[in-house]
Design a protein around this ligand. Structure first.
Ligand SMILES: [Zn+2]
Length: 99
């Protein structure tokens, strides 16, 4: 089984409402992120953003992040690992992807 070098928790996957694809919400160190995924014949990662409720520093990338209702900021650290993260979700929680 594929492992990441950080703990991923609270994984919740919904269909994206604006385009064909998914929104994968998850937490690392109690901080929430969203991996945006597109779907054609296969699925592929598009972006990775912070989804914080209040202004705080992101532990993985060290950036000061604003609440997600104010801005959508990419997490550069996790963005660089978006393919690895998507592979992790596909391998470990395939049953969470909606039809
Ligand atoms: Zn970050």
């Amino acid at each position: 089984m594929m492992k990441m070098d950080f703990d991923i928790q609270n994984i919740f996957i919904t269909k994206h409402t604006d385009y064909k694809g998914f929104k994968i919400r998850f937490r690392i160190n109690q901080q929430q992120y969203i991996l945006l995924v597109g779907k054609t014949s296969e699925i592929f990662p598009l972006s990775l953003i912070h989804s914080f409720n209040e202004r705080e520093k992101c532990k993985p990338c060290n950036k000061l992040v604003f609440p997600s209702n104010i801005s959508q900021q990419v997490c550069p650290f996790l963005f660089n690992r978006k393919r690895e993260l998507l592979a992790y979700f596909q391998e470990n929680c395939a049953e969470l992807f909606p039809e």
